[in-house]
Design a protein around this ligand. Structure first.
Ligand SMILES: *[C@@H]1O[C@H](CO)[C@@H](O)[C@H](O)[C@H]1NC(C)=O
Ligand SMILES: *[C@@H]1O[C@H](CO)[C@@H](O)[C@H](O)[C@H]1NC(C)=O
Length: 405
């Protein structure tokens, strides 16, 4: 169980490091958006939105949030719009995709008349219901990002197609959003026809060259296949301990404890805006939104072995039953044939440029590989930094324009 504790430590350290001197500031000056739900955020920024509920084949019930039009738009759109699914990263939720108005990918797409859907994964705040399992039941939490792709994302895509009458959607994935999409396309190649193009920001798929905290953990922890395969059940990093963690009681409600920032810097790479991070204080009121230990364990299996994109390792006995082999087989990336556009950053410790380039070389669908001109973006900046609007999303909007109706 040493590995179990180490895994918990690695991510829970994001919460725990700053816990010591955290107290709700007496005179809190925290902006409204820090406390809102996704539908409230969409409305707060002046966009029309609605909530849909998707049921997966294995009984999970997940909310999907849709932005219906441009800022201030009230009338129904005249032409058929191109549906776009935005898939969030590890521990996040759809809330994290709409934390500010301008220079936010979701709203930029909405203002360009895309039909924007914000996905959620089972286990997060919007995915805690099930047809017959309670979220208090351990079996509810028996999943990794494999299930997020093969069940949650698949059900969401099918729901979008049924609702819009379109034949295919575009998918945008940050980090684990890309992981899940590739698991889906590799496992169920027929979904390539339903994904007209994919746009992957800091895709977390190959981990040969991971840097920072996770590399240290890889080198030092007493990992074994046995221990990593035991870790599967349990929920993890729910919203419960928030919002007080990471916020210092000195200087008002938006000051983050420096220890907390360092935990993120060590794991994700140095921030683009080191002196005045504009998004982290807000993001940390919404993240983490809840996930399973299995998601992290599956990532750790890939990180520790560093030998490709493979299915969950349940240990030799169960692997033989599930896969017919003692070791987990690789996902067949030859099946990923939808046009894929990759966006990466030099300071990304998790989706290291070398790994993203290697991935792009292995995926037959690769249609674009974009190194962000802000060399100093880290793994979070590419999704959350305001400057990404200018430096990354404008390029992405040009790329996606080729796939609109
Ligand atoms: C966002 O852009 C709109 C329209 O360009 C502008 O009216 C608004 O003030 C901007 N918001 C912020 C916070 O800059
Ligand atoms: C991977 O998929 C391709 C088709 O996309 C197939 O030709 C190949 O045999 C598969 N490889 C394995 C190892 O299953």
């Amino acid at each position: 169980m040493a590995a179990f504790r180490t895994i918990l430590a690695v991510s829970a350290v994001l919460l725990a490091a700053a816990e010591a001197n955290l107290r709700a500031p007496a005179n809190t000056k925290v902006p409204t958006e820090a406390w809102l739900t996704t539908p409230e955020l969409i409305e707060f920024w002046g966009y029309p939105g609605e909530t849909h509920t998707v049921v997966t084949e294995d009984g999970y019930v997940v909310d999907v949030h849709r932005i219906l039009g441009r800022r201030g738009q009230v009338d129904k759109p005249r032409r058929r719009k191109t549906p776009v699914l935005i898939a969030h990263g590890y521990g996040a939720s759809s809330e994290c995709m709409v934390l500010r108005d301008n220079n936010t990918l979701a709203f930029m797409l909405a203002n360009e008349d895309f039909d924007v859907w914000l996905g959620n994964t089972r286990g997060n705040f919007y995915g805690r219901r099930h047809s017959h399992l309670s979220s208090a039941d351990q079996r509810f939490w028996d999943f990794s990002w494999h299930e997020n792709g093969v069940f949650d994302m698949r059900a969401t895509i099918d729901y979008m197609l049924a609702t819009t009458g379109e034949a295919s959607v575009a998918v945008l994935g940050h980090s684990m959003g890309a992981t899940s999409l590739f698991a889906l396309l590799a496992e169920m190649p027929e979904y390539n026809a339903k994904v007209r193009a994919a746009f992957l920001l800091g895709p977390a798929v190959y981990f040969h060259s991971v840097r920072g905290t996770f590399n240290e953990v890889r080198k030092r922890a007493p990992w074994s296949e046995r221990t990593l395969s035991l870790i599967r059940l349990e929920n993890f990093m729910t919203r419960a301990p928030y919002p007080r963690l990471c916020f210092s009681n000195l200087g008002g409600g938006m000051t983050i404890n420096p220890n907390c920032i360092r935990v993120f810097t060590d794991a994700q790479g140095p921030f683009f805006n080191t002196n005045h991070n504009t998004y982290l204080p807000i993001l940390l009121r919404h993240w983490p939104a809840g996930t399973s230990v299995g998601q992290l364990a599956h990532f750790m299996q890939l990180i520790v072995k560093g030998d490709g994109f493979k299915k969950f390792d349940h240990g030799p006995e169960r692997n033989r039953v599930l896969y017919g082999t003692a070791s987990p087989p690789p996902y067949n990336l030859t099946n990923v044939r939808s046009p894929c556009f990759f966006y990466y950053c030099d300071n990304d410790y998790q989706a290291n440029p070398k790994d993203v380039r290697r991935l792009a070389a292995d995926v037959p669908g690769t249609a674009g590989l974009f190194r962000t001109p802000a060399r100093a973006f880290n793994h979070l900046d590419i999704m959350y930094e305001e400057a990404a609007g200018e430096l990354v999303y404008k390029r992405l909007l040009r790329d996606i324009a080729k796939y609109r109706n």
